[in-house]
Design a binder for this molecule. Structure first.
Ligand SMILES: [Ca+2]
Length: 181
């Protein structure tokens, strides 16, 4: 994935899961081709910075690059989700930049996770994650260590589109009122 992208770029990537449910595939392949794959694609951003409003990264489900019905997110600027998960075994990414002003670009890592899952969104620094799992309908709850205040959503839900309902919160040091004896 590019760091320091060029102006007027049009770049496309398609990530495909390799993990097959071989037993089910053998039984069902006559009718449903490759839809029985076990895995979906989870991507995490290590770096992300695009010229806000002019350059964008569009992320979609499946392999039909640019198909508006499959778009999961359109990202620009420097704010990104904690992670993005496909619903099928493929995910497409399309970087578009205009004629001027490049930026750092983005760097992702990706992995295959079980289908009908949102993936592990991680734990806030100075905080805890509580919950039973990362499957559709599962709820995670976050707490901060003593002396830290939670900013953001205390609970998030894994939605049926494999996306968490919000980013994980952050924990910031509270302003400690000095004791006056
Ligand atoms: Ca630009």
């Amino acid at each position: 994935m590019p760091l320091f992208y060029e102006s007027n770029s049009q770049c496309v990537w398609i990530i495909t899961a390799s993990d097959l449910n071989k037993v089910h595939l053998f039984i069902i392949e006559l009718s449903t081709e490759l839809n029985q794959r076990h895995s979906v694609i989870q991507i995490n951003f290590e770096e992300f910075d695009l010229e806000i409003g002019y350059d964008s990264l569009t992320i979609g489900d499946g392999g039909e690059v640019g198909d508006s019905k499959t778009i999961i997110q359109v990202l620009t600027g420097s704010f990104v989700p904690d992670l993005i998960v496909s619903m099928s075994y493929q995910m497409w990414l399309h970087l578009q930049s205009d004629e001027s002003v490049g930026s750092i670009g983005f760097k992702i890592n990706y992995k295959e996770i079980d289908k009908e899952s949102c993936g592990d969104p991680g734990t806030p620094l100075y905080g805890y994650q509580e919950g039973s799992g990362f499957l559709n309908g599962d709820v995670l709850r976050f707490e901060c260590q003593f002396g830290f205040e939670l900013i953001g959503e205390r609970t998030i839900t894994c939605q049926n589109n494999n996306q968490w309902s919000a980013n994980i919160p952050i924990c910031i040091c509270e302003y400690i009122v000095p004791f006056i004896l």
